[in-house]
Ligand binder design. Structure first.
Ligand SMILES: *Cc1c(COP(=O)(O)O)cnc(C)c1O
Length: 419
C-alpha cells in the first residue's frame, strides 16, 4: 500500500477515510505465531475493541485467530464474522452477571475478574468452565528493576486473594480451566514480563484441571522513528522455553494464549484527511483538516503520537505545522510537526491508525463517522460506508411539543373529573 494507492483511495471514497492494509495484519500475525512456534498449542485471540469491523474480523478468522471480547456486542460481531463460540473468550470488567450468563449461554469461554461475580456464577453454573483473571501486581519501574504496583487497578483478582478464590471454587465445585492476566502495561522489559509470568505459573499450580494460560497483551509497536517496540522474537524464545518447562511440571500440555489488539492492527491502519485551510498566525502555521478528535481521539485523549505524512506532496520542502481539526474545541493532532509543504486540498496520512482509532470515533459536532477501506490483494474494498444525515437522526424521536402540552392539560382535566 504506497502513497499512490492511498491517494487513489482518497479520490475514490473521499476523505476522511480509514484504510487498513491486510498484508500488514497478516505479517504481524505470522510474526507472533513464528516467535512462539515451539509451543505445542498456541492460541492468538485478537482483541476486538482495537478495530471491530466485521471484514477485519473475517480476515483474522481466516488466519486462524480467535477473539478476545469485552462486551456481548463484540461477541455478536465475532459470531457474525463467522467465528465459532469456542474460539471466543469474554474478558469483561464491571459488567453484570446477566450479561456474563448471556454470553456463556452462547458457548463462549468466560473470564471472570472479581470474586463477587465468580461466587454468584459458580453457584448457579458449577458445570461451566471458567477462566480467572489475576492481577499479579507487577509493573515495570525503570529499566530492569521490578516494582510492585497496580494495587489500585480495577482489573483482575489480586494474587493476595487466591486463598479466598480457592475457597469459592471448593464451595461451589466450579471448574477453573484457565488462568489469565492482562496488565495492559508495556512488554518492553521482557524480564519484568517473565517475572509476572512466574506469578501466573505459581497461581496455575493451585488448579488441577487447567486447559490454558492466557498472558493477555501489552505488546508495543513503534509510533515514530526510534521508538522501542516489544522484541517479540526474544519474548517468544524465553517464554516458550519456560512455558514448556511448566507444562512438564504440571503434567499436561496446556495452551498458551495471547490477546493482542494493537500489535496486530495498529501499523496496518492509515487515516486520510484533507487539508481545508492553511492558516498563518503570529506564532505558528496551522494546517486545518476535515476531521478532528471525533474521528481520531488518541492525540487529545492520551497525548498519543501519530506520524503525519503529506502524501499529496511527499517530495516537498519540510516546514513546521500545527495540525488541527475542525471541531469547535481545542483539537490538536500534532504541534510543531515537520511535514512536507502543505497546500490546501492536500491529503495527509496519519500513521498507526489501525488500533483504537475508528472504534473510538463519535458524532461530536454532528459530523459523520468516516468510511473504512480494506486494502486486500492489491485492491481497495469498501468495508464501511461513510455515515449520512439519516444515520444521525435514525434513533432520535421527535416529540411534538405542542401536542404534549395539550395531552397534559387533558390528563389534568381527567384527574379533576375523577376527584
Ligand atoms: C484491550 C485489551 C487487550 C488488547 O490490548 P492491546 O494493547 O491492544 O494489545 C487484551 N486483553 C484485554 C483483556 C484487553 O482489555
Amino acid at each position: 500500500m504506497n502513497n499512490q494507492d492511498l491517494l487513489q483511495v482518497a479520490n475514490e471514497y473521499g476523505a476522511p477515510v480509514y484504510v487498513y492494509d491486510a498484508e500488514k495484519i497478516i505479517s504481524q500475525y505470522e510474526r507472533l505465531t513464528t516467535a512462539f512456534g515451539k509451543v505445542k498449542h498456541l492460541k492468538i485471540n485478537y482483541a476486538v475493541k482495537a478495530l471491530s469491523n466485521i471484514s477485519v474480523l473475517k480476515l483474522l478468522n481466516k488466519l486462524g485467530s480467535g477473539l478476545d471480547t469485552v462486551s456481548l456486542q463484540e461477541v455478536q460481531l465475532g459470531l457474525r464474522a463467522g467465528f465459532s463460540p469456542g474460539d471466543i473468550i469474554f474478558t469483561p470488567n464491571g459488567v453484570s452477571l446477566e450479561e456474563i450468563e448471556e454470553v456463556s449461554a452462547l458457548g463462549v469461554q468466560i473470564n471472570i475478574d472479581n470474586l463477587s461475580i465468580l461466587e454468584q456464577f459458580g453457584a448457579k453454573h458449577p458445570n461451566v468452565p471458567v477462566c480467572i483473571r489475576i492481577n499479579p501486581h507487577v509493573m515495570a519501574g525503570g529499566n530492569t528493576n521490578i516494582s510492585v504496583g497496580h494495587i489500585d487497578s480495577k482489573f483482575g483478582i489480586s494474587i493476595h486473594q487466591i486463598p479466598h478464590l480457592l475457597r469459592i471454587v471448593e464451595n461451589t465445585k466450579m471448574h477453573i480451566n484457565g488462568i489469565h492476566m492482562h496488565t495492559g502495561s508495556d512488554i518492553l522489559d521482557i524480564e519484568v514480563f517473565l517475572y509476572a509470568s512466574e506469578i501466573l505459573f505459581d497461581t496455575a499450580k493451585q488448579f488441577e484441571n487447567l486447559d490454558f494460560i492466557d498472558f493477555g497483551s501489552g505488546f508495543k509497536v513503534p509510533y515514530k522513528e526510534g521508538d522501542i517496540e516489544t522484541n517479540i522474537e526474544e519474548l517468544g524464545k524465553k517464554l516458550s522455553k519456560r512455558f514448556n518447562e511448566f507444562c512438564k511440571e504440571y503434567g499436561k500440555d496446556l495452551s498458551l494464549a495471547f490477546e493482542p489488539g494493537k500489535f496486530l492492527v495498529s501499523e496496518a491502519g492509515c487515516f486520510l484527511a484533507k487539508v481545508n485551510v492553511v492558516k498563518q498566525t503570529t506564532s505558528t502555521v496551522f494546517a486545518g483538516v476535515d476531521s478532528g478528535f471525533n474521528h481520531l481521539i488518541r492525540p487529545m485523549l492520551y497525548g498519543a503520537h501519530h506520524d503525519i505524512v503529506n502524501i499529496s506532496n511527499p517530495g516537498g520542502r519540510d516546514r513546521f505545522y500545527s495540525v488541527v481539526g475542525y471541531i469547535c474545541e481545542t483539537d490538536t493532532f500534532a504541534n510543531n510537526r515537520r511535514i512536507a509543504e502543505i497546500n490546501e486540498g492536500d491529503v495527509l496520512c496519519f500513521k498507526n491508525a489501525g488500533a483504537y482509532c475508528f472504534t473510538m470515533a463519535s458524532n461530536y459536532n454532528s459530523r459523520f463517522r468516516p468510511a473504512e477501506v480494506l486494502w486486500y490483494n492489491g485492491q481497495s474494498h469498501l468495508i464501511r460506508k461513510r455515515e449520512t444525515f439519516e444515520d444521525l437522526v435514525r434513533n432520535q424521536v421527535e416529540v411534538d411539543l405542542n401536542t404534549v402540552k395539550q395531552q397534559t392539560t387533558q390528563l389534568e382535566e381527567e384527574n379533576i373529573a375523577v376527584k
